[in-house]
Design a binder for this molecule. Sequence first.
Ligand code: GTP
Ligand code: MG
Length: 214
Amino acid sequence: MQCLGYFAVKSGTADLGNQFKLVLLGDMAVGKSSLVLRFVKGQFDEFQETTIGAAFLAQSVCLDDTTVKFEIWDTAGQERYHSLAPMYYRGAQAAIIVFDITKPETFERAKAWVKELQRQASPNIVIALAGNKADLAEKRLVEYEEAQTYAEDTGLLFMETSAKTAMNVNELFLAIAKKMPKTDTQNPTHAARHRGVNLQDPDAHSTRACCGGN
Ligand code: GTP
Ligand code: MG
């Protein structure tokens, strides 16, 4: 994968871009899977099914002239899956904690996730807070300012998003990409880690052009 302007395109050369593990956490039905589906496939489903266990998807974004590849773990929000979550946030370099701006209890749940990550995830993890379903402004029960103040005080990235309209979805992943540590792509150790990735295999990478908007 190489960057050409805003787009990631397949190339015959080895992918020396940076790869990061990103996990989505949050209460059930807040729109975690919908955000991932929007970001990776540019789609939205009004009847998105609840996630069982977790789902994995990959997508790359272009940052200047480098590609940042996210390996995304979309976890299940139902309480009975809570005990599985550490498996997915362990070793993650980034997390998106999602709440629904029309449901204050999901904002409280988001805060509990932040605390859990601060206690148990990697100390350098980049945490983003997403106030999703921003298209449902008339049903809003969590004020933008309240979430923003909390995020500022806690050192989180914050954006309101809509998986439905695509508002701020690419922007959120791009903001996270910008916060990922830079790796020396000339370093042979780094290059070796990427050997064996078959760029011609559509399952090995999401090949959708990135950053061009959904
Ligand atoms: P679990 O897998 O159960 O944890 O839920 P989830 O957080 O993955 O939520 P999911 O993406 O399945 O979305 C739940 C419902 O909310 C679905 O009916 C979606 O269509 C809807 N939804 C998701 N995002 C948005 C959004 O931005 N706006 C609106 N209006 N609806 C949304
Ligand atoms: Mg889901």
